[in-house]
Design a protein around this ligand. Structure first.
Ligand code: NAD
Length: 284
């Protein structure tokens, strides 16, 4: 029997916790935590993501707004906006939606964000804090994966954890979080040899690859807990993960579906990061 991990339900629980925290923050400080999103250009997927973030922030009672800039915007104008948001006391979280239009460079813009307001957790100061175990803001998707593992009650200390993928957004911070919980972590990537053998040894597998249905049941132990971060389209154009759900379901101990697993957790953790940032800035 495979336990399906209901990311929607856990995300709803996180959002309710955040809404409670926002109400308490507002009572104490006379204002709600503020999330400010910078959206440059007309990328349709980015527009949808930003709308979802805006709606989710409003639902938990947060303040803030979306700063829309034209697709011709240059790096300097973005830097000026980020500096302004860094200085503004009512701004607790700054998120620059990627990708930026070709007229702007992402790296200097992301580096300019005040690490205390960097709710995406991409700034090197926060990356360093994560790897050294210091307090900081942690990228939303891996934090969401960890929360799902915690909700399941998975014992991570001493567990063999395999992270497939080494991106700065998912794979590397996921590895750091699991290491922080004393798991024995292996990070696999496009140059890894013997991926199937590594999977067979793992108690926990986090797949963040971007390859539809890559991971098969025959690769996995029956005791394995499998977190599927992938968001891909299959041959029929249907949304699917990096794990072959039909094949793996029924074979492992627990599995996240796609959609409805990790996906809903990302925005929930963004809200949580914004509340954390607000509390930390206020010295709560
Ligand atoms: P990425 O392309 O930056 O990184 C993919 C990683 O997979 C790379 O490190 C690469 O080395 C590795 N890889 C590629 N082919 C491999 C193979 N055959 N075997 C082993 N490793 C291989 O992608 P990303 O940003 O980390 O995202 C990964 C997936 O997660 C994508 O499908 C993305 O859409 C999804 N994603 C979902 C969410 C969410 O909220 N649910 C958030 C971020 C990313």
């Amino acid at each position: 029997m495979t336990r399906l991990i209901d990311g929607k339900a856990v995300a709803a629980k996180v959002r309710a916790e955040v809404a409670q925290g926002v109400a308490e923050y507002r009572a104490r400080h006379g204002r709600a935590p503020g999330l400010h999103v910078v959206l440059a250009g007309e990328d349709p997927a980015s527009a949808v993501y930003v709308r979802n973030k805006e709606r989710a922030a409003a639902e938990v009672g947060m303040a803030g707004r979306v700063h829309r800039l034209p697709s011709s915007v240059g790096t300097e104008a973005l830097l000026a906006l980020v500096r302004e948001l860094n200085q503004a006391p009512e701004v607790d979280g700054i998120l620059v939606q990627l990708p930026l239009p070709p007229s702007a460079h992402a790296e200097p813009v992301l580096l300019a964000i005040d690490p205390a307001k960097d709710v995406d957790g991409f700034h090197p100061v926060n990356v360093g804090a994560l790897w050294t175990g210091a307090p900081g803001l942690v990228p939303c998707t891996p934090r969401g994966c960890l929360r799902l593992l915690d909700e399941l009650g998975v014992e991570l200390a001493g567990a063999r954890a395999l992270v497939i993928g080494r991106s700065n957004i998912v794979g590397k911070p996921m590895a750091a979080l699991l290491l922080g919980r004393s798991a024995t972590v292996t990070v696999a990537h496009s140059r890894t040899r013997g991926l199937q053998e590594l999977c067979r040894e793992a108690d926990v597998v986090v797949a963040a690859v971007g390859r539809a249905k890559l991971v098969k049941a025959s690769w996995l132990r029956e005791e394995a807990v499998v977190i599927d971060v992938g968001m891909n389209r299959d041959e029929a154009g249907k949304l699917c993960g990096d794990v072959d759900f039909e094949d793996v379901h029924g074979h492992v101990a627990a599995l996240t579906p796609v959609p409805g697993g990790v996906g809903p957790m990302t925005i929930a953790m963004l809200l949580e990061n914004t509340l954390r940032a607000a509390r930390a800035r206020a010295g709560d």
